[in-house]
Ligand binder design. Structure first.
Ligand code: HEM
Length: 343
């Protein structure tokens, strides 16, 4: 598609090249993230589906708590959690026993969910991220919302309490807005990080000689995995707020634009030998997006992945995936393992 039809129309626009994907994401006034009236069920999840200035007002509430310097305060906690989890993963599914649990434990700590509420929170987040789908959702949701109301009033520390005390320029946040905000932080941070951890194991399985270099430059390895096997392959929701052009194709007001991060990250006109895994590239990948919606949790994901890489490489003598027992996710948008066993 990059070579033959890089801006393709089939009812929506599909954008594949690095420069075009970046153009769409950087021009947030033209390419809105707000589905608006296009869909009747447009109850978007918090600020990821808002445009500026509203988006910024919401994002700024928690942004200071996701800066690398703040996230670094959680380093010891992430290391302890990773250490505890990794002790029990031999012969088990690494996704469910480690890669899912690590980010959920960390984000609940950052949000300020008390330990005793962890099982309920874990169940709630399973429903929200779609790991679990059944008729009990309403029951679990109601219980979690009433617990959140209590936590909002308590004096625990964490982003939940920051949200409780914060207001927008002209008004307070509604309870619905606060709950959606928490949901976004859960959705944004969990499955994506899980998949990044699984994809790092895939890279090591495919390049067994890379282990020493990976340990020497953990952050370089994490960045290259994000580029090479991007956990989010495309972003489906940009909407043209006015007529404009992408690479000489006329986009009309109201058109939907889908940007392919995974393709942009393999664009041969931007990356040298894009299909080779090379630690230490200088060009910036787009796995976290770019522009005003660029991933809020990127510093957290990077730290978690770097600790996970260290612990996984130190725990296992060799890394060979058992391809008979392992399975990729059946989802074109997210790239990662559903089940992952080592042989
Ligand atoms: C490897 C892990 C992750 C990947 C690949 C990833 C990817 C992304 C991408 C591509 C976007 C841009 C969406 C858009 O432009 O529409 C985004 C936004 C976002 N991510 Fe992440 N993410 C990851 C981890 C996290 C974590 C750990 C959090 C924790 C809280 C998080 C929270 C968010 C939030 C809140 C947004 C919305 C930002 C905004 O609209 O301003 N993400 N993420």
């Amino acid at each position: 598609m990059r070579l033959n039809d890089p801006v393709h129309y089939d009812g929506a626009w599909h954008v594949y090249k690095y420069s075009d994907v970046k153009h769409v994401l950087m021009n947030d006034k033209i390419f809105s993230s707000n589905p608006g009236n296009r869909y009747s069920n447009a109850g978007g999840i918090s600020f990821i589906t808002m445009d500026n200035p509203e988006h910024k007002e919401f994002r700024d509430i928690s942004a200071p708590y996701f800066l690398p310097s703040k996230i670094n305060d959680y380093k010891d906690f992430i290391e302890e959690t990773s250490n505890d989890l990794i002790k029990n993963i031999d012969n088990k599914d690494i996704i469910s026993e480690y890669a899912v649990r690590l980010p959920v434990n960390i984000i609940s700590k950052i949000l300020g969910i008390p330990d005793s509420d962890m099982p309920l929170f874990k169940l709630w987040s399973d429903y929200i991220i779609g790991n679990k789908r059944d008729e009990n959702f309403n029951y679990v949701n109601n219980r979690m919302v009433s617990r959140l109301l209590e936590i909002f009033k308590s004096d625990s520390h964490g982003i939940i309490n920051v949200l409780a005390g914060s207001s927008l320029k002209n008004r307070k946040l509604t309870m619905d807005e606060k709950i959606k905000y928490i949901m976004l932080l859960i959705i944004g941070g969990n499955e994506t990080t899980t998949n990044l951890i699984g994809n790092m194991i895939r890279v090591i399985d495919e390049n067994p000689d890379i282990i020493d270099d990976a340990l020497k430059n953990r952050s370089g390895f994490v960045e290259e995995t994000l580029r090479y096997y991007s956990p989010i392959q495309f972003l489906p929701h940009r909407f043209a707020a006015e007529d404009s052009y992408i690479n000489n194709k006329k986009i009309k007001k109201g058109d939907q634009v889908i940007v392919y991060l995974g393709s942009a990250n393999r664009d041969e006109t931007f990356f040298d030998e894009p299909d080779l895994f090379k630690i230490g590239r200088r060009e910036m990948h787009l796995a976290f997006g770019i522009g005003i919606h660029m991933c809020l949790g990127a510093p957290l994901a990077r730290l978690e992945a770097s600790i996970a890489l260290n612990d996984i490489l130190n725990h296992f003598k060799r890394i060979k995936i058992d391809y008979k027992k392992s399975r990729l996710l059946d989802n074109k948008m997210v790239l990662g393992y559903d089940k992952l066993f080592l042989s």
